[in-house]
Design a protein around this ligand. Structure first.
Ligand SMILES: Nc1ncnc2c1ncn2[C@@H]1O[C@H](COP(=O)(O)OP(=O)(O)OP(=O)(O)O)[C@@H](O)[C@H]1O
Ligand SMILES: O=P(O)(O)OC[C@H]1O[C@H](OP(=O)(O)OP(=O)(O)O)[C@H](O)[C@@H]1O
Ligand SMILES: [Mg+2]
Length: 289
């Protein structure tokens, strides 16, 4: 996880209490409080190292895993197994063409020049459009470039590109528009298919705990017992809400994990069914598996 995903990954490791000091210019670091080594690799190379079982766990983009898998011969199982969506690093791999051109759909690029860093996924995508069977030569010409893919159309190297889009600013600045999506991506935790050991499971469990904690808040409220069934449907919790009796007769206190992105709506609904004293608390960490 070198590059763009690095900071979020470092924050995640800190949340897991994985302690290490990385010497400048060194891409390997020994963890102080666990018998593991961390290796900082470019996102695109991680599926190869993990897939070959050289590294047990990896953090990279789902787009990179998909690109790696697309290079495998038909029928071969990938050595890379996705175990967790980490929620950050969201982006889309999209087909883009000049804004002021006559191309409006990807099929119009068939037989023309396409530039990308994701050649295997692009070949698959255009093979699909061409109805080409495995092994049949593609008429669309897919060329690899390592970076600044967005410059290819303006430089006359490509009629269209396949590149990542997050905010869309790069695309807009280069005078391009998206006409199709090849893959939607977020950062993922991957494991080597044949790796399985206690440390791997421990680390996975810690990472899952931190990610869950980031995704959820704890919602607490008081509600008349008569409304409990209705309220519990609004906040079912991860397993079930925790119910505590209040000193006041016929009232209960409820405490339940709620997805952060749903919390405003959940509070609106709770108010409607008679909940009072609604509190929302951040969760620093969690372990639910
Ligand atoms: N603009 C972006 N927004 C969000 N995530 C992105 C963006 N660009 C890339 N990513 C995600 O981060 C991963 C790694 O991207 P990164 O830019 O670090 O690699 P790179 O382009 O190969 O290297 P570099 O840009 O350092 O030359 C991508 O595969 C993708 O999953
Ligand atoms: O939609 P946006 O928010 O503008 O982000 C998308 C851009 O980010 C990535 O490039 P990066 O900065 O990694 O440079 P690179 O092309 O050299 O990899 C990607 O290849 C796009 O060019
Ligand atoms: Mg990049």
């Amino acid at each position: 996880m070198k590059g763009r995903l690095q900071q979020a990954t470092l924050d995640l490791l800190a949340g897991c209490d994985v302690q290490f000091r990385r010497e400048t210019r060194l891409d390997i670091a020994l963890v102080k409080n666990l018998p593991i080594a961390l290796i900082f690799l470019p996102a695109a190379d991680i599926p190869t190292f993990v897939g070959e079982g050289r590294v047990d766990l990896g953090i990279t983009g789902r787009d990179q895993v998909a690109e790696h898998d697309a290079t495998l011969p038909a029928g071969e199982t990938s050595g890379v197994e996705e175990i967790l969506d980490l929620g950050f690093g969201g982006c889309k791999l999209q087909v883009q063409v000049p804004e002021k051109g006559d191309i409006t759909e990807a099929s119009q690029l068939v037989g023309r020049n396409v530039v990308t860093s994701f050649t295997a996924l692009s070949e698959k995508f255009f093979a699909g459009l061409e109805g080409a069977q495995d092994g049949k030569k593609l008429s669309t010409k897919i060329k690899y470039v390592g970076g600044s893919v967005e410059a290819a159309c303006a430089l006359g190297v490509a009629d269209g590109i396949v590149d990542l889009v997050e905010s869309g600013e790069t695309m807009k600045a280069a005078g391009l528009k998206a006409i199709d999506t090849v893959v939607t991506s977020t950062a993922v935790l991957v494991k080597s298919r044949d790796s399985n050991n206690e440390l791997l499971n421990l680390l996975t469990s810690r990472i899952r705990g931190v990610i869950t904690a980031q995704k959820f808040v704890l919602c607490q409220y008081n509600i008349p017992r008569s409304e409990l069934v209705t309220a519990s449907k609004i906040t079912p919790g991860k397993r079930a809400p925790t119910i505590t009796a209040l000193e006041e007769e016929n009232w209960v206190a409820v405490s339940s994990m709620v997805e952060k992105k749903r919390i405003a709506t959940v509070m609106d609904e709770l108010i409607k069914v008679g909940a009072t004293d609604i509190l929302v608390l951040n969760i620093a960490n969690s372990r639910t598996d």
